[in-house]
Design a protein around this ligand. Structure first.
Ligand SMILES: CC(C)(COP(=O)(O)OP(=O)(O)OC[C@H]1O[C@@H](n2cnc3c(N)ncnc32)[C@H](O)[C@@H]1OP(=O)(O)O)[C@@H](O)C(=O)NCCC(=O)NCCS
Length: 188
């Protein structure tokens, strides 16, 4: 595991005498066990081994398990737990205190194609990102798949193995494929 605040090179530890200390620090660490590039991290963030993260932000107190990929343009709030083997793609916004189980998959391209009609490989210009938001205090069980353009409401829980196709209201448990409401959460 890498406690990113303790594991930096001596050079990276030296603050600029001119710049005020920013609330988040931008990290680039490439070793045989980790690939973190242009990752903004807050205080007390813990990132375990074999994480590939780039161009994203991870706020104070959050933990990221092994074998997680986090793509550019995604954000993780404060005090989140991201369990191992999860894929967080561009356009996914995870608010504070969210639990993401193992092997959770997010989606940002509703109609994916490798190539254009002329056979050329697609680039960023050939498709558009549909954003997804997981609101404060929500939990996604293991192996959940979340389709793009979806919001999971505050404090809601998505059952293990579910496929979420549409918005989940606040304080609600959903499960299944497609995920359907099981019940409201009375008490947190
Ligand atoms: C959804 C969940 C929170 C349970 O909620 P609950 O309200 O206590 O639900 P119950 O166990 O009473 O089950 C209610 C119904 O939902 C079904 N159900 C429960 N979990 C389900 C799931 N993950 N997928 C599909 N159906 C599920 C049950 O079979 C039951 O159906 P029935 O009424 O036809 O018998 C729980 O099953 C779950 O999946 N938790 C996530 C655990 C997880 O992934 N943890 C990650 C860290 S290890």
């Amino acid at each position: 595991m890498c406690d990113v605040r303790r594991n930096r090179s001596p050079l990276a530890l030296r603050p600029s005498p001119l710049a005020p200390r920013p609330s988040m620090e931008t990290l680039t660490i490439n070793t045989d066990k980790q690939s973190l590039n242009n990752v903004k991290v807050g205080k007390d963030v813990k990132i375990f081994n074999f994480v590939n993260a780039y161009g994203c932000s991870i706020d104070d107190g959050s933990k990221v398990g092994a074998f997680v990929e986090i793509q550019k343009g995604s954000t993780i709030g404060k005090n989140c737990k991201i369990s191992s083997h999860t894929f967080i793609c561009e356009g996914v916004h995870i608010e504070d205190n969210v639990f993401i189980g193992h092997n959770v998959t997010f989606i940002n391209d509703r109609f994916p194609r490798a190539t254009n009609a002329d056979g050329s490989l697609q680039t960023d210009a050939d498709w558009h990102v549909e954003e997804t938001r997981i609101k404060k205090g929500a939990s996604l069980g293991s192996s959940v798949t979340v389709l793009c353009g979806v919001t999971v409401g505050e404090n809601s829980i998505v059952g293990a193995g579910s496929v979420v196709l549409k918005d989940v209201p606040d304080n609600t448990i959903v499960a299944g494929n497609p995920a359907r409401v099981l019940r409201a959460i009375e008490r947190l």
